[in-house]
Design a protein around this ligand. Structure first.
Ligand code: ZN
Length: 74
């Protein structure tokens, strides 16, 4: 039933995880399908490979943000 709704009305994606300012992970509220933002800004299925890329990306991004914050403090 829920899957029929998605195929008729389309998925209802909500952000499940923010990776960077531009890359986010999304999950469909109805069928739990997961998507992510690709390098060129399109939505692509969140495969285990992309999960791994995102977790690395997130670590790198937060390190950079931290460094920026420290610089701004001075
Ligand atoms: Zn769906």
């Amino acid at each position: 039933m829920k899957k029929i709704q998605c195929s008729v009305f389309g998925h209802n994606f909500v952000v499940s995880k923010e990776i960077t300012a531009h890359v986010k992970e999304y999950k469909c509220k109805h069928c739990k399908k997961q998507m992510t933002t690709s390098a060129n800004g399109n939505l692509i299925p969140l495969t285990p490979k992309y999960k791994r890329i995102n977790s690395v990306l997130k670590k790198v991004y937060f390190k950079k943000e931290k460094r920026k914050a420290i610089i701004l403090d001075h």
